[in-house]
Design a protein around this ligand. Structure first.
Ligand code: BDP
Length: 503
């Protein structure tokens, strides 16, 4: 087991009258279900000990955290790395401990017919949970929810059984009905060709880091609408469920990506990894299958899909995902050479990333048309599958201006996108079915020479203000929306005003 930080993001307790079977439904209140949010200030300690094991050796889970040493106040949800001023904590890798004391409503603890479930929205990357010092659940992988039935723990000491009359459980689930189909050159939603014009995102913002935030979410959706975007990819991990709920309501189409990023070494393709990856796909599909906005699963981003074990790995992974959900196409996002990619034979849609004139041929915008057209032609000739340009972009530091354009100026970012757009406009007449710019907003990264206080390929800043490229894309996306949108054949759309995705 690798030591890893764990940060509780979005935990809540909820009680309901009936046991849940099968899927993992988002906790909604109903006449039979109550929920208690555990968001807020938690006690926190990072284990800075040499082996990162002191917390286990001294059993910090046995008594209140404050009794075993100093604690910090830590907001949940948030990234502990981003909120502090401590350099060590900013880059800390190892176990961190979060604790919260909770008082439960009496009914939950006194009524033995009530089931009490502790649910963690997500915790990165390995989480162990104790309730009253008792180990209740572990979860590996981050990003996805997990839960533990803690009824027995919180109701212990009670022996009298309450009358077991008939129990009614109520759960409301908003639904949307639509079909998806992939042909040799089209992506069809409800039988009509769909063109993805959108973005790649990250769950990231100033101060809070990766923590879920309603204000940020609504701001981002307002910006997506401003932009005329109709789609995004959850690069490079599943996003909070609340994000998908808004996508359903606003008519934003989603390519839902697993956390399978960084599969670049031969040993990443071992059985243990594959097994875990299969489990994660199970968790992801189980969580998100009811969202009509999700139109395709992406099992990975930029794996070394040219390595020999990649063929078997992706064949197995994609077949497994299709078996879990036969109703949606499956892909992974590639940056491998079309001739060498061993996973591509198994995907429904080719999703390709390229950074012409950014990571190669620096400054030579003129190479893009030929290189990009060749990229598309090679992939299509080889596979006869629709293609999405799943990433392309350039870094720009807001306020840097230079003409003729040079790298990192707003002009260069804009000019690079324009070069891509010329080719996309040509190829979308045939088999290119989408374009997702990298990235919606600037985001924080590890330090590296190609990063300037994070990744600056956003068309918005990390504070969600537009760079010049945002205006370019806005004009383009609304034009594409008008060009490619087809009114529903019959009946009125159920989508809220402004939704581009009419089901
Ligand atoms: C792509 C990756 C993405 C990076 C991007 C970049 O998929 O996660 O942020 O490059 O370097 O290859 O900007």
């Amino acid at each position: 087991m690798h030591p890893a930080a764990w940060a509780a993001l979005g935990p809540l307790l909820w009680a309901c009258g009936l046991a849940l079977r099968g899927g993992m439904l988002y906790p909604r209140e109903s006449p039979s279900r109550e929920r208690k949010e555990l968001h807020g200030l938690w006690s926190f300690r990072a284990d800075f000990s040499e082996n990162r094991q002191r917390g286990f050796e001294q059993r910090w889970y046995r008594s209140p955290l404050r009794e075993s040493g100093p604690t910090l106040d830590m907001p949940v949800p948030s990234s502990f790395n981003d909120v502090g001023q401590d350099r060590q904590l900013r880059s800390f890798v190892g176990w961190v401990w979060y604790e919260r004391e909770v008082t439960l409503p009496q009914r939950w603890t006194q009524d033995l017919g009530t089931r009490v479930v502790l649910r963690i929205g997500s915790a990165h990357y390995y989480a162990i949970v104790w309730v009253n010092g008792v180990h209740v659940v572990e979860h590996e992988g981050g990003h996805l929810p997990f839960e533990a039935d803690i009824s027995k723990l919180v109701q212990s000491g009670l022996t009298t059984q309450t009358a077991a009359g008939p129990v009614s459980d109520f759960y409301t689930l908003p639904v949307g009905i639509r079909t998806i189909e992939v042909t040799e050159h089209q992506f069809l939603i409800n039988g009509k060709p769909f063109y993805f014009h959108g973005v790649n995102k990250h769950e990231d913002a100033d101060i809070r880091g990766r923590g879920f935030d309603w204000a940020l979410l609504v701001k981002d959706f307002n910006l997506l609408r401003w932009l005329g975007a109709n789609a995004f990819r959850t690069s490079h991990y599943p996003y909070a469920e609340e994000v998908l709920q808004l996508c359903d309501r606003y008519g934003i189409v989603v390519i839902d990506e697993s956390p399978g990023v960084g599969i670049v070494l031969a040993q990443s393709y071992g059985n243990q990894s594959l097994q875990h990856h299969l489990e994660v796909m199970g968790e992801l599909v189980r969580r998100d299958k009811n969202h009509p906005a999700v139109v395709m699963w992406s099992v990975a981003n930029e794996p070394a899909s040219f390595l020999p074990p990649a063929g078997y790995y992706f064949k197995t992974l994609i077949a497994h995902t299709k078996a879990l959900d036969p109703s949606r196409p499956v892909t992974f996002v590639t940056n491998s050479n079309y001739e060498a990619d061993l996973g591509a034979p198994y995907v429904d849609v080719i999703c390709v990333n390229s950074y012409y004139s950014w990571y190669h041929d620096y400054g030579h915008l003129e190479v893009i048309p030929l290189q990009l057209a060749t990229q598309f032609e090679n992939w299509y000739r080889t596979y006869q599958k629709p293609i999405i340009q799943s990433e392309y972009g350039a870094g720009a530091i807001p306020g840097f201006h230079q003409d003729p354009p040079v790298m990192f100026s707003e002009e260069y970012q804009k000019a690079l996108l324009q070069q891509y757009h010329m080719v996309l406009d040509e190829k979308r007449k045939n088999y290119v079915v989408g374009e997702l710019v990298w990235n919606f907003a600037d985001f924080m990264t590890d330090q590296a020479p190609q990063r300037v206080m994070g990744n600056k390929k956003g068309i918005f800043t990390r504070q969600r203000q537009p760079k010049a490229a945002a205006f370019l894309l806005r004009e383009r996306y609304w034009r594409l929306a008008n060009d490619t949108w087809r009114p529903p054949a019959a009946g009125r759309s159920q989508c809220p005003e402004g939704g581009l995705f009419h089901v």
